[in-house]
Design a protein around this ligand. Structure first.
Ligand code: GYE
Length: 348
């Protein structure tokens, strides 16, 4: 091959190689640049977002919208419970308290819970009027991702349908009441029971606990409901007095309001304080006054001042914290001997 031919061949190869490489290869780094820049930017952005992702939002009381579908206004206990919820909400500065009064009707409470779900509240705290019949609406709350605290009375629904139960141990209250009755009637006797709202956790627990611990020599002649109200207890006691005249040694009454109603009927029938031994529940001011007056011989405490705990638990649930499934209130029994001294200290 001549030199000229050689040079031409080399040139051809060079041109071919160059044309094969250019523009793609030479353009490649240039094309990569925006991509790399974008990647780098994304990395920076990711870095900026990372701490926010790793550290979830911590809610404060100012974020809390709490639904409290109160069951009614049937007793002094209930009035104190409502006041405790409202004042705690106020003091802690929660964003909103959605409070309603179901007038002791479950259907009203269910509608109130549904309205709260629709509104997308942060937490629902439900004091259920009765134990059964909550499954559907609790499932709806669960599906909507709204935490639920069952307050005061219990529900029969599966525990997976709510987050916490906060309230009193009603069975233990019943047992304590029985121990008091045992002590008041050491030789046994006949008693009557004025029970709370039929099907309510408070009435069921107290009745069961009472029967569990009552001495065998004490007979429960009859049990009727006074629906936890003063007004409804009066005719029940009047009927008891007619039916069991002269036979009644003691009364187990499920709350102080009904005890006060029953005492009115006893007074009207000419019965003297202490003639019939009375064990009541709650420890309201009215109950303390009835102990001072000699009508009630023992008052089993049931504490309604649950507001601060409800708020604390609600905020914890809102923040995704784990809370104990059942939180029971510490309670005691009150007696006439120091009722006068304690009355001024009573908050409800
Ligand atoms: O004892 C009674 C009220 O559920 C513990 O309800 C509550 C009860 C309380 O009406 O007074």
């Amino acid at each position: 091959m001549s030199r000229v031919k050689n040079i031409a061949f080399i040139l051809l190869i060079t041109i071919m190689v160059l044309s094969a490489c250019t523009p793609a290869d030479t353009a490649a780094p240039a094309a990569e640049e925006p991509e790399a820049a974008a990647e780098a930017e994304a990395e920076v952005a990711e870095e900026a977002e990372e701490p926010a992702e790793a550290e979830p939002t911590t809610y404060t009381y100012a974020d809390l919208v709490l639904c409290y579908p109160q069951l009614g206004a049937e007793s002094d206990w209930r009035t104190a419970n409502s006041a405790s919820i409202k004042s705690s909400a106020d003091e802690l500065g929660i964003q909103q308290l959605i409070f309603s009064d179901a007038q002791q009707k479950q259907e009203n409470q269910i509608s109130a819970v549904r309205a709260c779900i629709q509104q997308g509240v942060s937490v629902i705290a439900l004091p259920p009027v009765v134990e059964d019949g909550w499954d559907a609406v609790l499932t709806e709350a669960k599906e909507a991702g709204i935490p639920v605290i069952i307050v005061d009375r219990s529900v029969s629904a599966d525990a997976s349908l709510y987050d916490v139960h906060l309230g009193s141990n009603m069975f233990l209250e019943g047992q304590r009441a029985a121990e008091e009755m045992n002590a008041l009637l050491p030789d046994g006797g006949n008693i009557l029971e004025l029970s709370g709202t039929v099907g309510s956790g408070a009435a069921v627990g107290r009745a069961d606990g009472f029967r569990d611990s009552l001495n065998d020599n004490i007979t429960i002649l009859d049990s009727q409901t006074g629906n936890f109200t003063r007004a409804e207890a009066i005719p029940v006691m009047e009927a008891f007095l007619k039916k069991y005249a002269g036979e009644i040694d003691g009364l187990f009454i499920h709350n102080d309001d009904m005890a006060i109603g029953a005492i009115e009927a006893l007074k009207a029938a000419g019965i003297n304080p202490g003639d019939i031994k009375i064990v009541s529940v709650d420890g309201t001011r009215g109950g303390f006054q009835a102990m001072i007056d000699g009508w009630i011989q023992a008052d089993v405490e049931c504490n309604p001042l649950l507001g601060p705990q409800v708020m604390e638990i609600a905020l914890a649930l809102m923040n995704g914290e784990t809370v104990e499934a059942e939180i029971l209130t510490n309670e005691t029994v009150y007696y006439p001997d120091n009722a006068e001294e304690l009355l001024p200290t009573r908050q409800y």
